[in-house]
Design a protein around this ligand. Sequence first.
Ligand SMILES: [Zn+2]
Length: 261
Amino acid sequence: MVLLVSLFLFSSTLAASGPVLAVFAHPDDESATIAPLLSRYAKEGHDVYLIVVTSGQVGDSNTDIPRGDQLGAAREKESRCSCKALGIHDPYLLQFMDGSIAEWDTMPNIREQVRKIIEEVKPEVIITFGPDGLTGHPDHRTVSNLTTEIFQQRSKLIHRPSKLYYVAYPESLFANLPPEMAQSAGRIGLVADEWVTTVVDASAYLDQAWNSIQCHKTQWPPQMMEMIRGLGSELLGGKVYLRLALQDGAGRVEKEVDLFD
Ligand SMILES: [Zn+2]
């Protein structure tokens, strides 16, 4: 498969030390996106944490398990299985209701819980969805929104993380998808290549990612698991693409006095 290799002006790795926190909406979001990256940083000695905001109670069910609390409980198990496969800490399972987190009464509650976990695990780096939620799912968008809001409300945090990254699949990589992938990947929200700041080579951790994918048995039939594996290993080549959304400290943009300087 032909991949465009000279995409980026900037390519960097994550901060050299400190905990990593991923914030996602459903059990399985991490597997389909940044699984090999999480495994790599855990293996390199970082504390790596995952917050899963809902239990995925109304997700797909490829089993006899009925949607609702029972499916949620099964998916919580799948999330723990995935974290174990990736060698990261047990997930923080916030157990909000799948599909309904963008509610006035719910969002402050989620925000407080995520904020509390940030104070507890003191991440240097946080990774979440971009504003498109990658698939457009309202829960994904809400998690992106709340995580960004927490990051930018720095005065409310005792521990202040250094960097906030968004999952960002570059447009060029998806321009010539083989037909078997194109259909499944058709809903992915792509990011213009010039906004993708960070490419982490996690190709040595595709086995761990595959084990993580296989945990989510209620969600993906074998064929779908293979498709997700192919996307990560063949299309992306074991690289994880991110966009640095907000950052603190060295390297941040100097203060400007004119929008058009
Ligand atoms: Zn999801």
